[in-house]
Write a protein that binds this ligand. Structure first.
Ligand code: ZN
Length: 224
């Protein structure tokens, strides 16, 4: 086993290697059984400052002595809340014990729950045991996704599909087509009324272009 990928609902994922665990956007409201105390979390990635993405990151980081990696302004915000942080920006591979990571732009906004500007919103690409995972964060469709494909060839992509605040299903299907990952996982839908969708439509659209859509229930695990 190279790693386990668990969907924790909304845009939250855990990637577990044989040694450690990595969280992305740990807003855990939709998970019924996840208990972070059972995981050896060393790193938490946050794509932007909105509360449904910071989620429980600060509590978890403090309790597990994990490091939060985020765009500089958001990282500083977390430092002020008492966490270990790694403040970064777009465009460079960042080395970790388990692999490496890279922040890429997202078309969205980023502020704290109390309204403080928290830098640019981001997506993040993780490379774990040679597998590249692109978590797009909250974003509109943008043409540089074609370059993300060309430069980084992600194997697994997580795309927001709920609309209103991010891409809707139609736009996410175009993103999936551009990114051509082996596995496309929809996220950021059905958590609240405003982003309720019929997710089978996304599956249907991807089937018509021969892409593998992996709809995951909260707490579902995939093994790689
Ligand atoms: Zn957001």
């Amino acid at each position: 086993m190279a790693f386990d990928l668990t969907y924790l609902g909304h845009s939250a994922f855990e990637i577990k290697t044989h040694k450690q665990s990595i969280l992305i956007d740990p807003f855990l409201q939709a998970s019924r059984k996840y208990d972070y105390r059972d995981s050896d979390i060393t790193d938490i990635f946050i794509t932007h400052g909105h509360s449904d993405h910071i989620g429980s990151a600060i509590d978890i980081a403090i309790n597990k002595r994990a490091t939060i990696t985020a765009i500089f302004e958001l990282a500083n915000y977390c430092t002020q809340k008492g966490t270990k942080t790694r403040g970064v920006n777009f465009g460079a591979w960042l080395d970790y014990e388990w692999g490496r990571a890279l922040f890429v732009p997202a078309f969205h906004s980023s502020s704290s729950p109390d309204g403080v500007y928290l830098g640019e919103p981001a997506g993040v690409i993780l490379e774990v045991n040679g597998v590249r995972i692109y978590h797009a964060g909250d974003t509109a469709l943008f043409s540089d996704m074609k370059f993300i494909r060309r430069l980084y060839s992600p194997d697994i992509v997580m795309l927001p599909v709920g609309g209103v605040y991010t891409m809707d299903i139609e736009h996410a299907a175009i993103a999936a087509k551009w990114l051509k990952a082996t596995i496309t996982i929809p996220m950021h839908y059905n958590t609240f009324d405003a982003i309720n969708v019929d997710i089978s439509r996304f599956d249907m659209l991807l089937q018509t272009i021969n892409l593998n859509c992996q709809i995951m229930e909260p707490d579902e695990v995939l093994n790689f």
